[in-house]
Design a protein around this ligand. Structure first.
Ligand SMILES: [Zn+2]
Length: 182
């Protein structure tokens, strides 16, 4: 049953909940977008985030790696801004799954497939998060190649290694987005 809502009042954003969404909860650190929850679901959502809020960026990034791709350290530290968005998307999915109990998703969010995870990981190396067009990926790749090229970094070994990882990620993304090319 839908309870009576005041004009302009939102329904709780939690899947299946029909209570009034009177409590605002930020979707991410930018605080530019919000969910609206009833009191119970606002409390549950906040508890979920407390864990991540206590972490430093470095710890957060380690958590992201574990959460998305296991312990395999395959992307360089420092690209965590894009990865953070992935983590938040995944944690949001987990939380909805936990609290609805049926594993069903009524909203636009759904779990990533293995292929999407590969893509998300490669995008994170380029400090991007899906969805992005290939034109955008290529532009970012060119930018990063310029930035990390050993010639512009005094022949730095670290820059060379970083560039190698960026090249691998770009090759992966090219295969995904342009499967017919060589
Ligand atoms: Zn609710």
């Amino acid at each position: 049953m839908t309870p009576s809502l005041r004009p302009g009042q939102k329904i709780c954003d939690h899947a299946g909940c029909r209570k009034a969404g009177e409590h605002r909860a930020p979707k991410d650190k930018s605080l530019s977008d919000y969910y609206w929850f009833c009191a119970d679901h606002a409390r549950a959502y906040n508890q979920k985030w407390d864990f991540y809020q206590g972490l430093t960026d470095y710890e957060m990034e380690k958590e992201i790696r574990r959460s998305l791709i296991g312990d395999r350290p395959s992307w360089p530290l420092g690209s965590w801004q894009a990865a953070e968005r992935l983590l938040r998307r995944k944690a949001w999915q987990d939380w909805r799954e936990d609290s609805t109990g049926d594993g069903g998703y009524s909203g636009p969010e759904r779990p990533m497939t293995a292929a999407e995870r590969v893509e998300a990981e490669a995008l994170a190396v380029l400090e991007l998060a899906p969805p992005v067009t290939f034109a955008f990926i290529r532009a970012r790749y060119k930018e990063l190649v310029k930035k990390h090229h050993p010639d512009t970094n005094g022949g730095s070994r670290e820059a060379e290694e970083r560039l190698k990882i960026i090249n691998q990620a770009y090759t992966t993304l090219k295969t995904i987005h342009l499967p017919q090319t060589d």
